[in-house]
Design a protein around this ligand. Structure first.
Ligand code: PEP
Ligand code: MG
Length: 570
C-alpha cells in the first residue's frame, strides 16, 4: 500500500515499524481487591517508581548535568512525603483501588499547586502530574517504548516527533520516521532534518494503518511511504537509496571549500540548530557559523525553567564549538505550535496569533532577563554571540527588548561579572508587519534574519502545519517573494547584514533569487549545507539576475516554482 505524506527530510529508509502510541491510563476496569492488597500494590508501584526515577536521574546527570537530574530526584522526595502516602492509603481504606487513590491524591495536589500565583509552585503542579502518569503506568503495566534500545532498521511511527523523544533516541538504529501530523517546516520536520533521517509527515491515521513489525519504506525525498512492500518494490527502492547516497557522497568535494558564487563573491553559509549537541554536527557538516539556535528546545525538554547557569552553559558551549565564527541565538520562541506546559500558559483561541514569542517574553521580564543575562555572559570570551528576537511586529518590541538588555548589562557590570558589552541585537523578519516596516526596524536593529517558515504562514494566512491548506503554503507565492525582496532591500539601504534562517534558504530554486537581491547569509539545516554550497557555486551574477527577472514576471506560485525548478535542474 502506498501512503502519501509530506516530504520533510530527504533520503530513503527501509525497515520495520515501531509504533509509538500514547499510553492508555484508563483504570476503570480495575477491580478493588481489598485494602491490604491495594496498599501493597501501591507501595510496590512507589518502590518501582523510585528505582526507575533514580536510574533516569543518573542517566540525565551524566548526559546533561546535575541541575536537570535534581528535578527527578525532587519527584522522589515529593512522593516520599509520608502525608501524601497516608492520604493515598486513606483513599484505599475508603474503597479506592491503588490506581484511583494515586490518581485522586496526585490530581488534588496538582490542582492545588496550579492555583497558586507563583512560578515555582506551578512547576510543582507539572511534577505531580508527571508522578501521577508514571505511577498509573507502573500500576497498569503499560510499558512505554525505550527509544534508546530500538532494534536496527527501525522506522519510527508516531503521532508527532517531539524534542524529548529525540533526546534518548539511538539514531544509529533508526532508518526513517513517519508521523501523523506536521508540515515541512513543523518542528517534527526540523528535528528529523537535524537527525539527518528520512521522514514523511502528515500521513493521516498512520498509527491505525501501520502495526508494529510491518515492513515499511520511507521515501523522505518524495513524501511516500510504502506499507508491506513486495520484493520487487524493495529492490526498486534499494537502488533509489543507492542513487541518493551517491548524490550525497558527490557533494563531499564542497566540504572544505569556501561559499562563493561563480564570480567569486563570498556568502556566509550557516546552520540552524536546536541544541548545543547539534552545533558539533553543524561544525562537522561544514557550517561557517550558526544562523539560528532555537533556544525553545532547551526549555521544552524539561519540567521546569532552565536557570541562568543551565542556559549559560548551553550558549557558552555553542560559542566555544564555533569559536571565531558567528552564533545567532534566538530568544525563547514559545507559543504557537511550541507549548511549554510548566509555563502555565493559558489556552488561546488562536495560538499562532496569540501571546507568544517576544510578546510573551516582554510580559515576563523576570523570566526574559534570565535568558538575556545568560546570553550576555556566554558571549564574554569569544564575542561571537548575536541575540535575535522572534516574531517582531513593531519598533516598540525591539526598543523594549533593548532596554531590558541594557538593564541586564548594568546588573552584570555592577556584580563584576564578565559579559559582551557590544553584543549585537537583531530581529527575525517573519511577520508581514515586520516586512512592511523593515526600513523602520532596520534603524533599530543590528541585523535581520528572514524567517520564511512563519513569513509564508502569516503572509498567506495559512497554517504551516495543516496538510489541507498545504497547497497555498509555499515561498514561491509572489506575495512572499516580494516580501523577501523588500526586506533585503531595506537592510541593504540601512547597511545592516541580512540573512535567512527559514527553510526556504536551502531551496535550490530560491537561491538564485536570494543571491540577486543581495542576501548576505544563508542558514540551513546541517544536512543541507553541502548541497546549498554547491548551488551557490554554480551561478554567475548575470544568470541569477536574469532568472530572477523572469521569475518575478510570473504571477502564480506554480508558474514561478515550475520555471525555477526547470531552470535549476537544467
Ligand atoms: C521561521 O519562522 O522561518 C523560523 C526559522 O522559525 P521557526 O521555524 O522556529 O518558527
Ligand atoms: Mg518562526
Amino acid at each position: 500500500m502506498i501512503l502519501k505524506g509530506i516530504n520533510a527530510s530527504a533520503g530513503i529508509g527501509l525497515g520495520r515499524a515501531v509504533c509509538v502510541r500514547e499510553e492508555n491510563l484508563d483504570y476503570s476496569a480495575v477491580a478493588y481487591a481489598g485494602k491490604d492488597v491495594e496498599k501493597k500494590r501501591l507501595q510496590s508501584a512507589i518502590d518501582e517508581f523510585n528505582l526507575r526515577t533514580t536510574a533516569m536521574a543518573n542517566h540525565i546527570r551524566e548526559q546533561t548535568g546535575p541541575k536537570e537530574a535534581e528535578i527527578l530526584t525532587g519527584q522522589i522526595t515529593m512522593l516520599s512525603d509520608p502525608f501524601m502516602l497516608s492520604q493515598m492509603n486513606e483513599a484505599i481504606d475508603n474503597g479506592s483501588c491503588a490506581e484511583a487513590a494515586a490518581d485522586a491524591i496526585c490530581s488534588m495536589y496538582a490542582e492545588m499547586f496550579a492555583g497558586v500565583d507563583d512560578e515555582l509552585m506551578r512547576q510543582r503542579a507539572t511534577d505531580v502530574r508527571d508522578i501521577r502518569a508514571r505511577l498509573l503506568s507502573i500500576l497498569l503495566g503499560t510499558t512505554g517504548i525505550d527509544l534508546a534500545e530500538l532494534p536496527a532498521g527501525t522506522i519510527l511511527v508516531a503521532r508527532d516527533l517531539t524534542p524529548s523523544m529525540t533526546v534518548g533516541l539511538n539514531k544509529e538504529n533508526v532508518a526513517g520516521i513517519v508521523t501523523e501530523t506536521g508540515g515541512r517546516t513543523s518542528h517534527s520536520a526540523i528535528l528529523a532534518r537535524a537527525l539527518q533521517l528520512p521522514a514523511v509527515l502528515s500521513i493521516p491515521k498512520a498509527l491505525e494503518l501501520i502495526k508494529d513489525g510491518d515492513g515499511l519504506i520511507v521515501d523522505g525525498s518524495e513524501g511516500v511511504v510504502v506499507l508491506a512492500p513486495d520484493a520487487c518494490t524493495r529492490s526498486e527502492y534499494l537502488s533509489k537509496q543507492k542513487d541518493y547516497q551517491e548524490k550525497v557522497a558527490a557533494l563531499e568535494v564542497y566540504r572544505n571549500r569556501p561559499t562563493v558564487n561563480a564570480d567569486g563573491k563570498y556568502y556566509h553559509l550557516y546552520a540552524n540548530i536546536g541544541s548545543a549537541a547539534d552545533a558539533e554536527t553543524a561544525a562537522q557538516s561544514g557550517a561557517e557559523g550558526i544562523g539560528l539556535f532555537r533556544t525553545e528546545f532547551l526549555f521544552m525538554d524539561r519540567t521546569s525553567l532552565p536557570d541562568e547557569t543551565i542556559q549559560y552553559e548551553a550558549y557558552h558551549a555553542v560559542s566555544k564549538i564555533m569559536a571565531g565564527k558567528e552564533v545567532i541565538i534566538r530568544t525563547l520562541d514559545v507559543g504557537g505550535d511550541k507549548a511549554i506546559e510548566y509555563l502555565g500558559m493559558e489556552q488561546e483561541e488562536n495560538p499562532f496569533l496569540g501571546h507568544r514569542a517576544i510578546r510573551y517574553c516582554l510580559d515576563r521580564p523576570e523570566l526574559y532577563k534570565v535568558q538575556l543575562r545568560a546570553l550576555l555572559r556566554a558571549g564574554a570570551e569569544e564575542k561571537n554571540i548575536k541575540i535575535m528576537l522572534p516574531l517582531v511586529t513593531c519598533v516598540e518590541e525591539v526598543r523594549a527588548a533593548r532596554e531590558l538588555l541594557e538593564a541586564c548589562k548594568k546588573e552584570l557590570a555592577e556584580a563584576n561579572i564578565p559579559f559582551d558589552r557590544d553584543i549585537a541585537l537583531g530581529a527575525m523578519i517573519e511577520t508581514p508587519a515586520a516586512a512592511l516596516i523593515a526600513d523602520l526596524l532596520a534603524q533599530e536593529c543590528d541585523f535581520f534574519s528572514i524567517g520564511t517558515n512563519d513569513l509564508t504562514q502569516y503572509t498567506m494566512a495559512v497554517d504551516r502545519g495543516n496538510a489541507k491548506v498545504a497547497k497555498l503554503y509555499t515561498h514561491f507565492q509572489p506575495a512572499v517573494l516580494r516580501s523577501i525582496r523588500n526586506v533585503i532591500t531595506a537592510a541593504k539601504r540601512a547597511n545592516i547584514p541580512v540573512g535567512m534562517c527559514g527553510e526556504a534558504a536551502a531551496d535550490p530554486g530560491l537561491i538564485p533569487l536570494l543571491m540577486c537581491w543581495g542576501l548576505d547569509e544563508f542558514s540551513v539545516s546541517a544536512s543541507a549545507i553541502l548541497a546549498s554550497r554547491a548551488q551557490i557555486h554554480r551561478w554567475h551574477e548575470k544568470d541569477f539576475c536574469r532568472i530572477t527577472e523572469e521569475a518575478l514576471s510570473l504571477s502564480t506560485a506554480s508558474g514561478v516554482e515550475g520555471y525555477l525548478k526547470a531552470t535549476v535542474n537544467k
